[in-house]
Design a protein around this ligand. Structure first.
Ligand code: AR6
Length: 169
């Protein structure tokens, strides 16, 4: 099982093998973590995303799936882009959020990544409640059969950090 750590800060400042991006299915960038990763990582990441769209994901990367590109100028070898579900009060989409963590770790395993940094997927623009996002993140990562040794959750602000810290297994 991977060792779990928490830090408060900016995921683009992390030095790890793979940084996970909370992307959207277009893979062409956006706000939040996605915007920060593309801004700091530089145009190489967008170029790689465009190539992936052209070769495999003409209709977009489905929700719950993950795919890797170069990390450009970030201090990492790869960025793993995953598409979280938009929060719904009427439909249970937690399986899709769990899938983001599981699939990202599966991609990390294929790459041979040993350390992976995750943001709190779906808890920003996509509106997922932070405490439930933390629960799903921990449950899924703990249950994963993975060769990844270190999983670092990077929480942007104090409130999200405290929420994750309170639920840390
Ligand atoms: N480092 C770490 N965490 C961050 C950072 C950062 N630099 N910036 C924001 N967060 P979000 P989503 C936190 O909105 O909810 C994009 O436009 C943020 O506080 O980035 O999955 C995509 O293109 C929140 O807790 O992702 C999609 O369209 C968490 O990261 C859409 O947003 C996730 O917030 C995806 O929405």
């Amino acid at each position: 099982m991977a060792n779990l750590t928490l830090v408060q800060g900016d995921i683009t400042a992390q030095s790890v093998d793979a940084i996970v991006n909370a992307a959207n299915s277009s893979l062409l960038g956006g706000g939040g973590v996605d915007g920060a990763i593309h801004r700091k990582g530089g145009p190489e990441i967008l170029e790689a995303c465009r190539a992936l769209r052209a070769s495999h994901y003409g209709k977009g990367l489905p929700t719950g799936r993950a795919v890797a590109t170069t990390a450009g100028r970030l201090d990492a070898r790869w960025v793993i882009h995953t598409v979280g579900p938009v929060w719904s009060a009427t439909e249970d989409r937690s399986g899709l959020l769990a899938s983001c963590y599981r699939e990202s770790l599966a991609v990390a395993d294929e790459l041979g990544a040993r350390s992976v940094a995750f943001p709190a997927i779906s808890t920003g623009i996509y509106g997922w409640p932070m405490d439930d996002g933390a629960r799903i993140a921990y449950e899924t990562v703990q249950a994963a059969r993975t060769g990844v040794e270190g999983v670092r959750f990077v929480l942007f602000d104090e409130r999200s950090y405290e929420t994750f810290a309170a639920r840390l297994p």
